[in-house]
Design a protein around this ligand. Structure first.
Ligand SMILES: Nc1ncnc2c1ncn2[C@@H]1O[C@H](COP(=O)(O)OP(=O)(O)O)[C@@H](O)[C@H]1O
Ligand SMILES: [Mg+2]
Length: 339
């Protein structure tokens, strides 16, 4: 059995006579040791879903099974104990400002009944894991965003959780700091086998660390599976908008097109086709400039994956598409966005 099982989860909020179906009939399984991503637009229900996972939010309908135990059947006390297995980190870190870094981490352990000295000893070990030993006496206000998130991660690990839930944990961080936090999460996943659930609206975060991904839209699970498959071929409208639309909107802020009557094409290479020769040869062959609106190659769980967004002159479109197809790339035309 999967470590996290959601069966027909629904969550309905009633406020001021209005009903909001934040989640509708979600079925999902997350295996032990996975790094699982959940993506969706703002308001899709991601935070509600993750809060239902540890019963911070009680689902209106359906079952949540964690390591085989049905959270809906537990007493409050049993639930509190069970929750120690499920830690959580947030976008805004939620550190206690009046406490030092060390005491922020030790505090939950003291609450759980550990002696202060023992809790501090454990907190020091945790600071070492997150690479912040030298900051134990600092206060949160003296730390950068990335350092605050490291403290929050250390605190989350204090009770030896089996599962770590991350709700937009990198959304307030710059790209470089995001990268370092993602590396830390990967390390923790590998070293301690902790299952990590990452909720985000940032597609790059999912590409970078997740093996599996689920897409939710308007409270419904519209698509889920391997990141490689879904990012290469999103099937749902929401998936296409998030994954392909993400790239296209990124180009809007980029250089303006110099090519008239441009068709935007997304080229994906799933095998190890070398990027440079393909593009260089394509330009040679066509004899006209081609706008590379965006290009990146990433290592998705050991599989080299490359992706380009090309602005092609309308009249060369067929030729280029054929050439790239011949080279093993998959081509799809992208809807033009107004900006
Ligand atoms: N406590 C609440 N009371 C009423 N409505 C809520 C509550 N929490 C979330 N919602 C509503 O549920 C929907 C999903 O919200 P949320 O899970 O926060 O989305 P996301 O995290 O994907 O942005 C939104 O329409 C939101 O307004
Ligand atoms: Mg949210």
């Amino acid at each position: 059995m999967a470590q996290i099982v959601l069966e027909h989860i629904s969550k309905r909020f009633e406020i001021e006579g209005k009903t909001i179906d934040a989640l509708a009939d979600i079925n999902l399984e997350i295996e032990k040791g996975e790094i699982f991503g959940i993506i969706g637009m703002s308001g899709a229900g991601k935070s509600t879903l993750v809060r239902c996972l540890n019963f911070l939010e009680k689902p209106t309908d359906g079952k949540v099974l964690i390591d085989g135990s049905n959270l809906g059947t537990l007493t409050e006390k049993e639930l509190r104990t069970q929750r120690r297995d499920i830690a959580m980190i947030f976008q805004h870190f939620n550190l206690l400002l009046q406490k030092t870094v060390l005491d922020n981490i030790a505090f939950p352990l003291v609450i759980q009944g550990k002696k202060k000295a023992e809790a501090r000893k454990r907190a020091k070990e945790l600071l070492q894991i997150v690479g912040l030993e030298e900051k134990e006496k600092a206060y949160p206000s003296q730390l950068s965003g990335g350092q605050k998130q490291r403290v929050a991660i250390a605190r989350a690990l204090a009770s030896n959780p089996h599962i770590l839930l991350c709700d937009e944990a990198t959304s307030a961080l710059d790209p470089q700091t995001t990268q370092s936090i993602l590396n830390l999460l990967k390390q923790i996943n590998q070293k301690y086998g902790i299952t990590i659930v990452i909720i985000t609206h940032q597609m790059d975060v999912i590409r970078e660390v997740c093996e599996k991904v689920a897409i939710i839209e308007a409270g419904r699970l519209v698509e889920h599976g391997n990141v490689v498959d879904i990012f290469n071929h999103p099937k749902s409208a929401a998936g296409k908008k998030l994954i392909i639309g993400d790239n296209v909107s990124a180009t809007v802020t980029g250089e303006k097109s110099q090519v008239n009557e441009e068709v935007i094409v997304r080229a994906v290479f799933t095998e190890n086709s070398a990027f440079e020769p393909v593009v260089a040869n394509m330009i040679l062959r066509i004899g006209e400039p081609i706008n590379i609106l965006k290009a990146d190659t990433k290592n998705v769980n050991g599989i080299a994956k490359g992706e380009m967004l090309l602005g092609l002159p309308q009249n060369k479109r067929k030729e280029i598409t054929e050439y790239l197809t011949e080279k093993g790339l998959e081509i799809e035309e992208v809807e033009q966005y107004a900006g």
